[in-house]
Design a protein around this ligand. Structure first.
Ligand code: SF4
Length: 679
């Protein structure tokens, strides 16, 4: 059952491996993916290693038959038996405890059509308890940007940000994580003289392309951006015309910086003040500055919302909103993170980001569904998991592994055990599947048709290159059938195109799109009915919330007073664990039995008797044994570990600081040397 047994059709489809959305197809010649020249994103048709390997391993370890739990064991079952059980159990919970006793956890890897039907199913049953992982990963950026601009999506396009004169990249390593976007749209601009500033505690692939590296201490990104803003105010590098026409609160904003102690702040960040001034001058001199942020700046324990708020202030102050070569550009990770949110797989908004209590949006949806959606916002995924076994008694998980992909791994795993009923639809066994009462084998990306929406709001067609193996089914067909059974209606059209048509009727941002229009290219939202093309730069004359002006938010005292090493928690002897993502995803994971690599600064290593390639032990929520790799590119006091391992290490902990010690028996260091200060 290896890869060789499978044949794929060479259809034009979209890379599933990140949010950039490069076009690709299967090639018999290479036995793998090749890029599509002329594709909407990256028309040169290049692929990064993750894209080239997109078809690899799709047949490995698949779930190919439905499973139901009998006497504590998951045993093979017919589709009729499995779907019948889901219908009875979920329906029974609605009857006994009301619709809010269910939670629907959708997937940023699934198509727009699948996520749309998933949200529709939850709402037709009477609950807004539907969410997807993208909301967790990008909560800070989306929350902060929506609050100010009425929309959390990337304000600009990959193409137009290449016109920026300065790039401020914060908490993101796009050269490794979104390599084609970086190499096609950012690097050429930098080669042409644009200034690239990289804010990250560790030097990495992006830093190597940067003009300035600001290695701020973990937890001080917001403070660092406020220091930049203070310098911009001092330089009077303010776009007064823009501030006058498009912002509110300028006076109060300036006043809030009066007591701001820049010297003390710079010291807390660990970044030389002269270097900060240099960056402020570059931004002040630039015709356009584009901000690029990733999850590193956003993670809640890194004071993410404050960081994004500070960056939005910087952009508004310098007039870098609503124009080409500028803007707030959130680099989403998974391929359809944007789309899952666009189509309403979230507890607070209907398709098109209208709040669940918006009467116009509710009417639009009700006319299509023949049922009123519930008015009260639902539970977010984290809230729902916390309520498992209590208010929430049953859950439907689609294409996700929430038992390990959230920060509080052990807690979440325990909560899954408290559910009355869990149905998991996925392609491979997982930790979440282990807790399931019914398992429904679904389709991998290459086995489904539909649309996905990339990071700069381009909707593209994904086309099936093969059928799901054995008795596995297409995800959309499974959701449709459960929708029919649970709602007693026809629920949805037979084809992804029919579902997309319905989506364009309920989501005004997609209103003018069609499969015909997507046949050979992409369509970008907002794409109103009758339009011939979508809108590239958002917020040009008005913000998406209809307002002409957005507020400049005064800095709070805490931005300064607490802006120090807040992330360094309860142990002065430990090191701060940060996560990293590598270019090639073929790395080891916690289930592979290989020890992960731990990047550690040579001085921190020496203080602990840790040698390059030596064994180390990290004592966190779980013990992790790793192999040390000494690197002067890592900021002292921090270590870097792959995300999967860091999740396990930090599960349920407030602090990211953990004790790190050598496990090398030949080490000449006293193990107690772990109590060395990290300063
Ligand atoms: Fe795929 Fe992203 Fe690489 Fe493009 S940059 S080939 S979308 S993984």
């Amino acid at each position: 059952d290896g890869d060789d047994s499978r044949r794929y059709a060479p259809v034009d489809t979209v890379c599933p491996s990140c949010s950039v959305g490069c076009g690709l197809r299967y090639s018999d010649r290479t036995g793998g993916a090749v890029g599509r020249e002329g594709a909407p994103v990256n028309p040169e048709g290049r692929l990064c290693p993750k894209g080239i390997e997109a078809f690899d391993g799709l047949d490995e370890n698949r779930l190919t038959t439905p499973l139901v739990r009998e006497d504590g064991e998951l045993v093979p079952a017919s589709w009729e038996e499995a779907l019948g059980r889901v219908e009875r159990e979920l329906g029974g919970l609605v009857d006994a405890h009301g619709p809010d006793s269910l939670a629907f956890l959708g997937a940023p890897r699934c198509t727009n059509e699948e996520n749309y039907l998933f949200g529709k199913l939850a709402r037709m049953l009477g609950t807004n308890n539907v969410d997807n992982r993208a909301r967790i990963c990008h909560r800070s950026a989306v929350t902060a940007t929506t609050r100010r601009f009425g929309c959390g999506a990337m304000t600009n396009t990959l193409e137009d940000i290449s016109e920026a004169d300065a790039f401020l990249v914060v908490g993101s390593n796009p050269a490794a994580q979104q390599p084609i976007a970086f190499d096609s749209y950012v690097r050429p601009a930098v080669n042409d003289g644009a200034t690239l500033v990289h804010v990250d505690p560790r030097a990495n692939r992006t830093t190597r392309a940067a003009d300035v590296h600001l290695a701020a201490r973990p937890g001080t990104d917001a403070l660092l951006v406020n220091l930049l803003v203070a310098e911009l105010l001092e330089l009077d590098a303010v776009d007064r015309e823009f501030v006058e026409a498009r912002t509110t609160g300028f006076e109060a904003f300036v006043d809030s910086f009066e007591a701001f102690d820049a010297d003390a702040g710079a010291e807390r960040t660990g970044v030389d003040r002269e270097k900060i001034r240099r960056v402020a001058r570059a931004i002040g001199d630039a015709d356009g500055t584009a901000v690029i942020v990733g999850t590193g700046a956003e993670a809640p324990d890194h004071r993410g919302t404050e960081t994004v708020d500070a960056l939005l202030n910087l952009l508004l102050l310098t007039g870098n909103v609503g124009r080409r070569g500028a803007g707030m550009n959130v680099l989403r990770g998974l391929n359809n993170e944007q789309g899952a949110n666009d189509v309403g797989a979230r507890p607070t908004t209907l398709p098109g980001f209208d709040p669940v209590d918006d009467s116009e949006a509710r009417e639009r949806v009700a006319a299509e569904w023949g049922a009123d959606p519930p008015t009260d916002p639902g539970l977010s995924e984290l809230e729902a998991v916390r309520a498992f076994g209590d208010d929430v008694r049953g859950a439907y998980v689609l294409g996700e592994n929430p038992a390990v992909t959230r920060m509080e791994t052990q807690f979440v795993a325990r909560k899954f055990e408290t559910l009355d009923f869990l149905v998991v639809q996925d392609i491979a066994p997982s930790e979440t599947v282990e807790h399931a009462d019914v398992v429904l084998p679904g389709s991998a990306w290459a086995e489904k048709g539909g649309t996905v929406t990339n990071l700069d709001r381009q909707v593209q067609r994904m086309r099936a290159a093969a059928s799901p193996p054995d008795s596995a089914r297409r995800d959309i067909d499974v959701v449709r059938e459960l929708g029919q059974r649970l709602t007693g209606t026809t629920f949805a059209a037979e084809t992804p195109e029919g579902v997309f048509k319905e989506l364009t009727r309920v989501n005004p941002l997609y209103a003018g799109m069609s499969y015909a229009g997507l046949e050979s290219g992409s369509q970008r939202w907002p794409f109103p009915e009758g339009a011939t093309e979508g809108v590239g730069v958002l917020h040009r004359d008005r913000f998406m919330n209809g307002e002409k002006r957005a507020p400049l938010l005064p800095i709070r005292e805490t931005d300064d007073a607490e802006g120090g090493e807040t992330d360094v928690g309860d142990s002065p002897s430990g090191l701060v664990v940060l996560t990293r993502t590598r270019l090639n995803e073929g790395r080891s994971g916690p289930d592979d039995g290989d020890a992960p690599e731990l990047l550690v600064h040579p001085d921190d290593a020496a203080a602990r008797g840790i040698r390059d390639d030596g064994r180390v032990v990290l004592d966190g929520a779980e013990r992790v044994d790793a192999v040390a790799s000494l690197s002067a590119e890592v900021r002292e006091g921090t270590v870097f570990l792959d995300a999967e391992w860091a999740d396990r290490l930090l599960a349920g902990r407030e602090s990211r600081t953990v004790d790190v010690r050598t496990a090398d028996p030949n080490s000449d260091s006293d193990p107690k040397s772990t109590s060395t200060s990290t300063s």
